[in-house]
Design a protein around this ligand. Structure first.
Ligand code: GLN
Length: 199
């Protein structure tokens, strides 16, 4: 199977490993630069982006991750992972950095503190089929999509919650916990294409 890493510093990386393994991928946790070198694609899970940022720098992973993204490694970020992939964060904590790669501006706690978790159904033409049930947990919103990125899904009021740019994919919500594997399959297609291109 495809060798896909899941950044395992913090957050719900186990759920992503399980989904990827269920789809036949050879999914492995990534905590060290040497482990990053071994993978053909990477998922950055949900969690807390400010903590993930600090840990990735403390573990010496932030630089190698930026290099891998610049080198075309397919990377899929969910929720905090989307924040990590965003070029701009509108409400990061003091000194919060991201890896970047997606030409978007995100707002971290965009859905407010009262209704900070909710579920809804989204139309996502890129992955096909029925509307997708999406779970948002203290989710970020994409407030601005720059010219290099494409919006893939919006909630009812038009705000963007899924984006793509080349080999990068990001969702505000968490497909790893709903049993709907279409986003992970879509991501694995990108990984497979990148592997074939490199061969
Ligand atoms: N609000 C969190 C953050 O800023 C993201 C929440 C999540 O990943 N479920 O990182």
């Amino acid at each position: 199977g495809l060798r896909v890493g899941v950044l395992a510093l913090q957050g719900d990386f186990r759920e992503h490993l399980a989904v990827l393994r269920g789809l036949g991928a050879d999914a492995v946790p990534v905590r060290r630069p040497a482990e990053l070198d071994e993978v053909e694609g990477l998922v950055i899970p949900g969690g807390e982006s400010s903590v993930m940022d600090k840990l990735s720098r403390a573990f010496g992973l932030a630089g190698p991750l930026r290099d891998a993204i610049a080198g075309g490694l397919p990377v899929y970020g969910t929720c905090a992972g989307l924040i990590m992939l965003a070029d701009r964060v509108l409400d990061g904590i003091a000194g919060q950095q991201t890896l970047g790669g997606l030409d978007v501006s995100v707002r971290r706690n965009a859905f407010g503190s009262q209704v900070d978790s909710f579920e809804t159904d989204l139309d996502i033409p890129a992955v096909g089929g029925e509307p997708m049930h999406a779970v948002f947990i203290r989710a970020p919103i994409v407030e601005e999509v720059g010219p290099n990125a494409t919006a893939l899904a919006r909630v009812d009021d038009g705000r963007v919650v899924a984006v793509e740019q080349g080999n990068l994919l990001g969702t505000s919500f968490h497909p790893e916990i709903t049993g709907d594997t279409r986003f992970h399959e879509y991501f694995l297609t990108k990984v497979r294409d990148a592997v074939q291109k490199a061969a």
